[in-house]
Design a protein around this ligand. Structure first.
Ligand SMILES: N[C@@H](CCC(=O)N[C@@H](CS)C(=O)NCC(=O)O)C(=O)O
Length: 133
């Protein structure tokens, strides 16, 4: 069956982003193997798979992806709700909300640090977008 195409996840179970992808795979009943690396110790091969050296990395017979939201959307698109369980709500507002991962306020019950948010918006994200360009 097409969904049995070998899925491999590179990343540690400690990562919430890795776990998010594993939940999607589990909901859709897609088997996978995991290489539970810690990104800080990843080698050159890891840099090739994930240029920003983030986990999770997803590979199957068609594609290599290294962002959890992109991976989940790919799984939804490749294995849609007609044959598999849908992971996103149909309503567009709820669908958008489901794609937001807001860990700090909801999981750790801490306020976001505006200095970090500003640095991300003004320095780190532009650097990454520059890389993508
Ligand atoms: N936007 C990425 C974030 C992934 C991410 O930040 N993963 C962390 C682990 S939880 C990581 O790889 N950190 C390594 C580093 O920052 O060098 C995604 O959703 O996949």
């Amino acid at each position: 069956m097409s969904h049995m195409n070998k899925v491999r996840i590179v990343g540690s179970y400690l990562s919430p982003y890795v776990r998010k992808v594993l939940v999607c795979l589990s909901i859709k009943g897609i088997p996978y193997e995991i290489d539970p690396i810690i990104p800080f110790y990843g080698n050159e091969e890891f840099s090739k798979l994930s240029p920003l050296r983030r986990i999770p990395v997803f590979t199957d017979d068609k594609v290599t992806l290294c962002d959890s939201s992109v991976i989940c959307q790919y799984l939804e698109d490749r294995y849609p709700s007609s044959n598999f369980v849908s992971i996103y709500p149909n309503d567009i507002v709820n669908r958008a909300k489901a794609k937001m991962v807001v860990i700090k306020p909801f999981v750790w019950k801490k306020k976001s640090d505006q200095t970090i948010v500003d640095r991300s918006l003004n320095v780190e994200i532009p650097k990454v977008l520059q890389y993508l360009e």
